[in-house]
Design a protein. Structure first.
Length: 229
């Protein structure tokens, strides 16, 4: 039997994830994000595929690949379908201008490529993720070779770098691309576009977790309602 339900039920995440899945229509090529909120989207799409929904999907991580396969969703790649109709993904923090920080699951590099490849990029989250201004640490995917250099540069711009460790603390997290993640605490991010540009210029940073290309955000509430921003 297919395993569809993400573990650890969250009514808020579930409401947002399922509401965004409603945007998916027959014939679409869809980008599937990573994390516990998009897991609900993937499960819902799998349910609709069983009912006859005809879609193709591009995944953003090993995790979303496994969930999509379990859900019975047919996968494709950006090589075959470089232009996606829609991408749906989670977030670690969202501000009032719909700027978003992602990368809590260390998947933000592929997530950014997928979001930029999509005609429409929709973020799904529970209400705890909303903040007037961004102040969450910014995940940086870095070449292992550049770990010290990038850490020094983060300090130089006034931030605090922390190499992300694996759950068992026996070594660094390794991304699906074979890199490390440095979580850069930068305080309140007054201008996400400017900080994004600075981080993009650091040699050895493959990608940072600031996304400024979000079209809509679906915020799930405890009562099961969803606010669209
Ligand atoms: C992975 C991400 C996730 O989308 C983000 O961390 C949110 O995850 P969740 O839906 O589990 O709260 O950016 O890199």
């Amino acid at each position: 039997m297919k395993e569809r339900n993400p573990t650890g039920e969250s009514p808020e995440k579930k409401a947002a994830g399922i509401a965004a899945a409603d945007l998916v229509q027959d014939g679409m090529v869809v980008g599937l994000g990573t994390g516990s909120t998009t897991a609900y989207t993937i499960a819902e799409l799998g349910r609709r595929v069983d009912e006859g929904l005809d879609i193709l999907a591009v995944v953003t991580s090993y995790q979303s690949e496994m969930l999509a396969i379990q859900a019975g969703i047919t996968l494709t790649s950006l090589a075959e379908h470089p232009n996606l109709d829609l991408a749906i993904d989670g977030a670690d923090q969202i501000d009032k201008g719909l700027n978003v920080i992602k990368g809590g699951g260390a998947a933000h590099t592929r997530e950014k490529v997928v979001s930029r490849s999509a005609e429409r990029f929709v973020v799904v989250a529970d209400e705890s993720k909303y903040s007037e201004q961004l102040n969450h640490y910014v995940p940086l995917e870095v070449l292992p070779y550049a770990k010290e250099y990038v850490s020094q540069q983060v300090c130089r711009i006034g931030g605090k770098p922390e190499l992300r460790l694996a759950a068992r603390k026996d070594g660094p997290v390794i991304t699906d691309n074979g890199n490390f993640v440095i979580d850069a605490s930068l305080g309140v991010i007054e201008n996400p576009v400017v900080i994004a540009a600075i981080l993009s210029q650091l040699a050895g940073v493959v990608e940072h977790g600031i996304f400024t290309n979000v079209d809509e955000v679906y915020i799930g509430k405890k009562d099961g309602s969803v606010e669209i921003m």
